[in-house]
Design a protein around this ligand. Structure first.
Ligand code: FAD
Ligand code: NDP
Length: 475
């Protein structure tokens, strides 16, 4: 412990990454400080402790996604003889929002209790700003400042939704995922702008809840993901009733009697429609403005605002580290921020030498037909290894329980294998419980398993995952 400083380590930002650092350092007996402060959305939406994931990200999103899936099961319930279920019954938005917020507040309370009662942690519900390389200014909601010092500083301030710069009043005429999960009024007819994780997940569950939903796609679905899988997601969403307008962006959004008149240009023609809600999901920007980074010499990418850190999470100032969504080139996922925080503390205090690896991270897009993947997409594998050097196995299948109510559409899986050594370098699964199925195959890919290893695995029958160990069809 260096008595020169008040804290051994001070964390700015109490989300997935920041809270992990606090937890791990506290367990080692370190004097830990944390500043976490939520700047309200343009509509004034605010939330409690825990960062994006439990408040306005993974958790409320998954709860709403599951609610839509539960709605879908009404058809199977009716078909299998359950009495008193109306497959066409209406959904009540406010009941769902209240339940989601009840669960979110439960997580906030657990965090609050832990932060306030744990020895060694001092929690400031204040905005952190760097003053020099060991001093942090802490600003409360009334603008009052205090200063603290620390040997190490970790910046984990996450990201916030981006807005287009060329549409007047866009921040007030639209909502983002920061507002959706606590929205007081049902969204109604909704335009979702964007075509990646957030956009497709929200469009999927809103359609499932019974709203008239249109997705406006600037270019492709799910950039960076396997494009065959992405297109299949789009097709499935269309079957469920989501509409798509492809190859354009809004040119203007206006208020007309409380509704939103949206205009866009398609094939040279101006088109328009009126929506109750416009949900922007066009990516997220690092929350690094006004952090005092420049003043202290922490380098950022001038365009994105993201902090530049090396593999050991060190910024251009050696005792200041940065982890999670606010760092350039990192995957924006909760488990990566958590593992990164754990490894950082091990390196700082326990002679650890492992850095965070961002390759072969499993992920799932919680669209109505869920999509889990790990490793190379087909497109990226062909680019890197050449088509002639790959074997691509696929399987199209229908889960047994879909037959009760004759669900439309099919599920699909794909394995990408290097011919040279038979190693599986890409796993893609589009079907029920994708996160649960994909997690196990994440281990398979990490262990550099061969296709022959999978061929030696006896499947579990009847299941959807057995499709993956039985794949024999080459593309
Ligand atoms: P955050 O969790 O964003 O935490 C940063 C914290 O710092 C916030 O509390 C912020 O208010 C605070 N802060 C900012 N500036 C300051 C300051 N100057 N002083 C004090 N405090 C400050 N990931 C998954 O793995 N699975 C999912 O299913 C998933 N779903 C998502 C759904 C949505 C709608 C969104 C938006 C994200 C989703 N994510 C998901 C991504 C995941 O939420 C983020 O990757 C993760 O929360 C990043 O953690 P972080 O610690 O970097 O930042
Ligand atoms: P992304 O950065 O992944 O995607 C942004 C989307 O918006 C793209 O489709 C992009 O299109 C489009 N876009 C960008 N600018 C504009 C514009 N001006 N007008 C119209 N469309 C535009 O952002 P997301 O917000 O979807 O997700 C952020 C991150 O959060 C993800 O990368 C993910 O890591 C994390 N997340 C994880 C989830 C999970 O694990 N299930 C769920 C949700 C989020 P184009 O392709 O043309 O650039």
């Amino acid at each position: 412990m260096n008595p020169q400083y008040q804290y051994d380590i001070f964390v700015i930002g109490g989300g997935s990454g920041g809270l992990t650092v606090v937890d791990e350092a506290q367990k080692l007996g370190k004097r830990v400080g944390l500043a976490d402060y939520i700047k309200p959305s343009p509509h004034g939406t605010q939330w409690g402790t825990g960062g994006t994931c439990p408040n306005v990200g993974c958790i409320p999103k998954k709860l709403m996604h599951m609610t839509a899936l539960i709605g879908e099961i009404r058809h199977e319930l009716t078909a299998t003889g359950w009495q008193g279920v109306d497959p066409h019954s209406k959904h009540d938005w406010n009941t769902l929002v209240n339940e989601v917020q009840r669960q979110v507040k439960g997580i906030n309370k657990a965090n609050d209790d832990w932060l306030v009662t744990t020895n060694g942690i001092t929690y400031y519900n204040k905005l952190g700003k760097l003053k020099d390389d060991h001093t942090i200014e802490l600003i409360d909601k009334d603008g009052q400042s205090e200063f603290v010092t620390a040997e190490y500083i970790v910046i984990a301030v996450g990201s916030r939704p981006s807005f287009p710069t060329d549409i007047p009043n866009v921040k007030l005429l639209t909502i983002t995922s920061d507002d959706l999960f606590s929205l007081k009024k049902a969204p109604g007819k909704t335009l979702v702008v964007g075509a990646s994780y957030v956009a497709l997940e929200c469009a999927g569950f809103l359609t499932g809840l019974g709203y008239d939903v249109t997705v406006m796609v600037r270019s492709i679905l799910l950039r960076g993901f396997d494009q065959e899988m992405a297109e299949r997601i789009g097709e499935f969403m269309k079957i469920q009733g989501t509409k798509f307008i492809r190859g354009t962006i809004p040119t203007s959004i206006e208020d007309v009697d409380g509704k939103r008149l949206v205009k866009w240009v398609l094939n040279g023609q101006e088109q328009s429609d009126i929506f109750d809600t416009v949900l922007l999901a066009i990516g997220r920007s690092a929350d690094t403005q006004n952090l005092g980074l420049e003043q202290v010499g922490v380098q950022t990418n001038k365009e994105s605002g993201k902090i530049i850190a090396n593999d050991a999470d060190s910024t251009s100032v050696s005792n200041i580290f940065a982890i999670g969504d606010c760092v350039q080139g990192r995957l924006e996922l909760t488990p990566t921020a958590i593992m990164c925080g754990k490894r950082l503390i091990k390196r700082l205090y326990c002679n650890g030498n492992q850095i965070m690896e961002y390759s072969d991270v499993s992920t799932t897009v919680f669209t109505p037909l869920e999509y889990g993947c790990v490793g190379y997409s087909e497109d990226a594998a062909i680019k890197k290894f050449g088509k002639e050097n790959l074997k691509i196995f696929t399987s199209e299948f229908t889960p047994l329980f879909w037959n009760f109510a004759n669900r439309k559409g099919t599920c699909y899986a794909k394995l990408i294998v290097k011919k040279e050594d038979d190693i599986i370098i890409g796993f893609h699964y589009l079907g029920p419980d994708a996160a649960e199925v994909t997690q196990g195959f994440g281990v398979v890919i990490k262990l550099k398993a061969k296709k022959n290893d999978l061929d030696n695995v006896v499947g579990i029958h009847p299941s959807v995952a057995e499709e993956i160990v039985q794949m024999q069809t080459w593309k």
